[in-house]
Write a protein that binds this ligand. Structure first.
Ligand SMILES: Cc1ncc(COP(=O)(O)O)c(C=O)c1O
Ligand code: FES
Length: 391
């Protein structure tokens, strides 16, 4: 059966070029970077070259890049690390209600440890209000953590403006850029971002590797205690092959962001257009313009997301939904509720995230099948029959 993978925001298929660069570090190049003999020195060199690549892709200095096990660890480190290191200054953190759980659950944990957290709301498109942010800052505020782009609805926040506000008030600014890297130009040297999280598996690199950018001079605690790796801040023998993979993946993902976005956006806009044309009672979630190039998120009235996903899977299409059944909790997505969707509409949502391996022809297959499935499911819905009858 045909397989169409449209869940690139969940994870991406690793590129062959990335795997090729990683391979020698599993076998011949096995040295410990901390050792002084040749195989060790070669590993050290590979790690530092990978760090350079990550730094270059983000306009940062190599010494400001710390390898981690992924986006989740980077977020945990940034938020907890700054909170604990700056307790003498204050105990207040500002974030948003639409963050990834890696930030939200970390903040919930910190609340139990005596920190106070303000969760900013968002408008119907998923954007925060800058005036509200400014008003939320108080003398005790030590950190603002706001994601660059949202993983579910793709909305891109006004990061430069947030950075300016944070800097003017002398508050650290962390951004979770796991979904943004490779899709937006990032120039850290000329930004007011103090910490930035990224992850390998969202940019055609391996899973289980990521990085945290920590601007020089930022007061932050180490995350893992032990050996002297990562400048005494994140101990443990380096996962060299994966670091090399992340270096290659980010180099490829940022080589031509504009050109790449044009291609992906053409596919995305075509998909949005065709869904709007072919299916009624639909709503595009997220910002009409300020959104990630590959993100498509629709709500379909009179539909259960779970039934939709299972039916799509039966014809080989992989997408995702903010519905309870896929998130493992009873509530629908906190992001869809935060943009004001009623429960029943949030339940009927579908995210299709387009990536480098998708083609125009695949989109035709998706739209044709989606239209058919939606109609079939709606024909089983008494509510839909009632609304149709009234029309
Ligand atoms: C916005 C965002 N932050 C953090 C993460 C977590 O990254 P990782 O899977 O590398 O731990 C993800 C991925 O699910 C994400 O989309
Ligand atoms: S769609 Fe699965 S619980 Fe509603």
């Amino acid at each position: 059966m045909k397989q169409v993978y449209m869940d690139n925001a969940a994870t991406t298929k690793m590129k062959k070029e990335v795997l090729d660069e990683m391979m020698p570090y599993f076998t011949e190049q096995y040295g410990n970077p901390s050792s002084i003999y040749r195989v060790g020195r070669e590993s050290k060199k590979a790690v530092e070259e990978a760090r350079e690549k990550v730094a270059k892709a983000l306009g940062a200095k190599a010494k400001e890049i710390y390898f981690t096990s992924g986006g989740t660890e980077s977020d945990n480190w940034a938020v907890k690390g700054v909170a604990y290191a700056n307790k003498d200054k204050g105990n207040h953190i500002i974030t948003t209600v639409i963050e990834h759980h890696a930030v939200l659950h970390t903040c919930k944990y910190l609340e139990k440890q005596g920190f106070e957290v303000t969760y900013l709301g968002v408008d119907e498109h998923g954007l925060i209000d800058l005036t509200e942010l400014e008003k939320a800052i108080k003398d005790e505020t030590i950190l603002i953590s706001i994601m660059y782009a949202n993983n579910e609805i793709g909305t891109v926040q006004p990061i430069a403006e947030i950075g300016k506000i944070a800097k003017a008030k002398g508050v650290y600014f962390h951004t979770d850029a796991v979904q943004a890297v490779g899709s937006v130009e990032i120039d850290l040297e000329n930004s007011d971002i103090d910490m930035l999280s990224l992850s390998g598996h969202k940019i055609y690199g391996p899973k289980g590797i990521g990085a945290l950018y920590i601007k020089q001079g930022t007061k932050i605690h180490p995350f893992i205690h032990g050996g002297s790796q990562e400048k005494n801040r994140r101990a443990g023998t380096e996962n060299i092959a994966y670091m090399v993979g992340l270096g290659k993946a980010i180099e490829m993902a940022t080589a031509d962001i504009d050109g790449h976005n044009k291609e992906i956006m053409a596919l995305r806009d075509g998909l949005i257009q065709r869904i709007n044309d072919k299916i009624d009672y639909v709503k595009l979630n997220g910002h009409p313009e300020k959104r990630l190039p590959g993100n498509v998120n629709f709500s379909f009235e009179f539909i259960e997301g779970e039934a939709l996903l299972l039916s799509l899977d039966m014809v080989g299409i992989a997408g995702s939904s903010g519905s309870a059944c896929t998130s493992g909790s009873l509530d629908p997505s906190h992001v869809l509720l935060a943009i004001g969707l009623p429960h029943e509409i949030a339940h009927g949502s579908l995210r299709l995230s387009i990536g480098d391996f998708n083609s125009e022809e695949e989109l035709d297959y998706v739209v044709d099948n989606l239209a058919e499935i939606v109609q079939r499911l709606r024909n089983m819905s008494p509510l839909y029959e009632k609304v149709k009858g009234e029309k």
